[in-house]
Design a protein around this ligand. Structure first.
Ligand code: AMP
Length: 827
């Protein structure tokens, strides 16, 4: 290697510039090298090299260009020389410039990495140019020490790749801690801090002032990491020490755990005021005004203590369980109560007490009551002494009883109260003017408790003692009957077959159901309409588990719902085995109403637990997008599945699917839930061919269904699947669901054929009205077609119940040879 001796040129200011020069442009085969000393990297994996140089324009050389070059090479060496780049000048100088003594200085920057050694050499190779190398600056970039959001990030050397980010976890400054997750920043190769994640906040008892955490002063507190500054203690509380995380209550004042930290300490209320009573036969209406002093709380409630004055002033005894308080005895929110079923001509003493959230804590606080003395009049009838059981079915028991020994007047009616044994939190009351009654809608093979009482103009007598009676098992109480077909066009003659018991009790019969103190309406047993919740979010969280989105992976899109994509993927709940789930999402930009409608389905689905009802795993509402997570059904919706597998299943397999759907529907109707949109498209099928009922959501359901059409009355109804009375006057009941079930049977047996084919909705309504019914699908066993036809009885009480359908299908499955022989009955 030859180092070329340098002359010392001068810059514009006549200051000498030290340069390395070479200019052997007229000589052949130049290979001149200049190399640096060993340059330490100091740990940097990527360095920058800035060159300043001048270069002579070859064209401007006297005597032609010869072998003149206008570039040079730059190389580096860790273990051996590697070329970095060929460097050309942006500006080259000429003789003229030399004359003018103008320096045409070029600046070029190259970066170099990844470097793996502790240092390297740089070298410059000249192959015949006229160059003066003025300066070589070698440097690397660092992300400097930084304090951001109370977190310190250490001085950091960037990564070796050009667009690499180095993640750095910050350290929270004194008296601070990470909020939710450790603070992180990312150091870029340009030495800039990017993408901050998380932050530190001052620990409770401290507040942030000028980038550090300062202790809260006496009389101030900070209890929540999310709050910014220390707050003054609320009324009737104090913080005696600096750095307090909470304030303590003054003597005589209290706080309960659910009180927010900024709420004042409170005390129990004073007694209710201005109590008055109003006696009506053996009932008393008590009314009072709110206490003078509520103790500073809004949760004032009232309790009533009822005591009967014993004859001859022998003292007082508690009223006992036969006296009824409406709406209840304790925890009253209104300032009145109705006390019923008291004894006639009897003195009572009532104590009225006001309590609030801190009454339990204020043990030293003397209770303050207001008392009222009351005398009832007129005598109610004496209790019914014996209740007898008559004809018993699987869902009904006939009862009879004798008039009470002492009616004390004309008996206006009897009240029959009953409930399933050991389920006494929920009971039903029905009324009868006679001394007998058939109680219907009971569960098979179940023991029920019955009590009867009489009412005269003096009010109700006491209930009789409890009588225990049991219903018959499933399938036993099915009467054989001949089917009179109301079909216009059918090849099936009247036939003898497994029949169903006809409902005797009018479903509209006046019937009140009580469940844990709430009055429920006819037919409803366990299903709770989410509409009964003032706040729909409360209903969602009562019936659906909140799932953290980090437990779900979204892998595939499997369908399109009304509110957004339906996806699938694994759900990994801690401590539980991984399962595949369907994930319904609510698309961005929704309104509050759409969010409510979307989650409505979850509030309904979450109440069900049955192998033939789609299972809700939970909801994601705390992060976006909002999601409903259900079990995954590999074969999707039943109509599409059947169309795809035309004629692929045995009759037993099809009946098995129908049995599953009927069993799910039996469960829903037992719960008092009317589906309204039962159709094969709303049934999902899993990999074991198990069918499950899906698509819930009362009002939404029909808006959502593409089959739903507007009726003359304005409602949207899936005409082909809906019973005539539901189309005509919106009479949706479990019996109208049975009609739809008949249509589903037809869809299944015809492998997803469209009911009534291409007939218009109007023609379908007219034809059904004129007693036209769908003909039996090809290869449909007669027994199944007869069942369909019964589901389509005009008179809804003549249609079978879902438990009877399950029972019949079970019989068919048990004896396929007898019942499922194919007898073509299509026209
Ligand atoms: P939906 O909004 O409930 O009508 O769902 C739209 C579509 O997504 C359905 O027709 C199915 O194809 C699919 N889908 C919905 N829920 C599930 C599930 N649990 N398993 C498999 N596919 C589903």
């Amino acid at each position: 290697m030859r180092i070329i001796p340098l002359s010392i040129p001068i810059d514009e200011d006549y200051a000498p510039i030290h340069t390395y020069q070479v200019c052997r442009v007229m000589e052949q085969n130049q290979n001149n090298w200049l190399h640096t000393n060993w340059i330490l990297t100091e740990g940097a994996q990527r360095v920058f090299i800035e060159l300043k140089f001048t270069l002579r324009d070859c064209n401007s050389l006297p005597g032609g260009v010869g072998t003149c070059k206008e570039t040079f090479n730059m190389a580096m060496k860790e273990s051996r020389y590697i070329k970095i780049d060929t460097i050309a000048a942006d500006e080259s100088f000429t003789e003229l410039d030399l004359g003018d003594r103008v320096m045409k200085l070029n600046t070029e920057v190259r970066d170099l990495g990844p470097l793996t050694h502790k240092g390297f050499y740089l070298a410059f190779q000249d192959l015949g140019a006229c160059i003066a190398l003025v300066s070589v600056r070698v440097f690397y970039k660092r992300c400097p020490f930084l304090v951001k959001s109370l977190a310190e990030f250490q001085d950091t050397i960037p990564g070796s790749e050009a667009s690499q980010l180095v993640e750095v976890v910050g350290r929270c400054v004194n008296n601070s801690l990470p909020l939710y997750e450790p603070p992180r920043m990312h150091c870029s190769t340009e030495g800039e801090w990017l993408v901050p994640i998380g932050k530190c906040v001052c620990q409770t008892g401290f507040e942030e002032i000028n980038g550090s955490c300062q202790v809260c002063k006496v009389g101030f507190y900070r209890s929540l990491l999310e709050s910014l500054a220390c707050s003054k203690c609320p009324p009737h509380s104090m913080a005696r020490q600096a750095g307090s995380t909470a304030c303590s209550c003054e003597d005589g004042y209290y706080k309960i755990d659910s009180d927010p930290p900024n709420m004042a300490c409170t005390r129990p209320p004073s007694a209710p005021r201005n109590a008055i009573s109003n006696v009506n036969e053996t009932s008393v209406f008590l009314e009072w005004s709110v206490p003078m002093e509520t103790g500073g709380r809004k949760d004032v409630r009232y309790n009533i203590l009822c005591r009967r004055v014993l004859p001859d002033g022998r003292g007082l005894e508690e009223c006992g369980p036969n006296v009824r308080f409406l709406p209840r005895r304790v925890g009253l929110t209104n300032t009145s109560v109705m006390v019923a079923d008291l004894q006639s001509h009897t003195n009572y003493s009532f104590l009225l007490e006001a309590v609030n959230g801190v009454s339990e804590l204020a043990k030293d606080h003397a209770k303050q009551y207001v008392s009222l003395n009351v005398t009832t009049n007129q005598a109610a009838p004496s209790p019914v002494s014996v209740v007898r059981k008559g004809l018993t079915g699987k869902s009904s028991i006939a009862l009879s009883w004798a008039e009470p020994d002492r009616p004390n007047g004309i008996i206006l009616e009897y009240e029959i109260k009953y409930f399933e044994k050991e389920q006494d939190s929920s009971y039903t009351i029905i009324k009868s003017k006679e001394t007998e009654m058939e109680v219907e809608g009971l569960k098979p093979s179940s023991v029920y408790i019955f009590q009867v009482r009489a009412r005269t103009s003096a009010g109700y007598g006491a209930f009789s003692r409890r009588f225990e009676f049991q219903t018959s098992p499933y399938c036993e109480y099915t009467r054989q009957r001949y089917c009179t077909l109301t079909v216009m066009r059918s090849c099936a003659p009247p036939f003898r077959r497994c029949g169903y018991s006809k409902a005797k009790q009018d479903p509209e019969e006046e019937k009140m159901h009580f469940h844990n103190g709430h009055i429920k309406f006819p037919g409803v047993r366990t299903y709770i309409d989410p509409l009964t919740y003032e706040d729909p979010n409360q209903a969602v969280h009562e019936f659906a588990q909140e799932i953290d989105v980090s437990f779900i992976s979204i892998e595939r899109i499997i369908g399109a719902g009304e509110f957004g994509e339906v996806c699938s993927g694994p759900l990994r709940l801690p401590g539980k085995r991984e399962i595949q789930v369907a994930i319904k999402t609510l698309k961005a930009g929704y309104t509050e109403q759409q969010r409510r409608d979307f989650l409505w389905e979850a509030s309904i689905m979450g109440q069900f637990n049955h192998p033939n009802i789609i299972r809700l795993e939970g909801v994601v509402t705390k992060s976006k997008p909002v999601m409903i997570i259900t079990e995954y059904m590999e074969n999707g919706s039943l109509d599409t599945f059947l169309k795809k597998n035309d004629a692929q299943f045995t009759v037993i397999q099809l009946v098995g699917m129908l049995r599953g759907i009927a069993s799910g529907m039996r469960y829903l109707s037992d719960m008092g839930y009317v589906h309204r949109d039962l159709a094969a498209r709303n049934i999902l099928v899993n990999s074991n061919l198990v069918c499950k009922v899906s698509d819930f959501g009362l009002s939404r359901v029909l808006e959502d269904d593409p089959e739903a059409a507007y009726t003359t009355r304005g409602g949207k109804i899936p005409i082909r699947w809906t019973a005539p009375e539901a189309i005509a006057y919106r009479k949706f009941t479990s019996a109208s669901d049975v009609w739809s079930y008949g249509i589903v049977m037809w869809e299944v047996m015809s492998y997803g054929e469209r009911p009534y084919w291409e007939m218009s909705n109007q023609d379908v309504i007219k034809a059904v009205e004129e007693s036209y019914r769908l003909p039996g699908p090809m290869d449909c066993p007669e027994a199944l077609y007869h069942l369909m036809m019964d589901c389509w009885q005009r008179e809804r009480s003549n249609r079978p119940k879902f438990d009877e359908i399950v029972c019949l299908l079970d019989k068919l499955i048990r004896n396929p040879r007898t019942h499922l022989l194919i007898n073509q009955c299509h026209i």
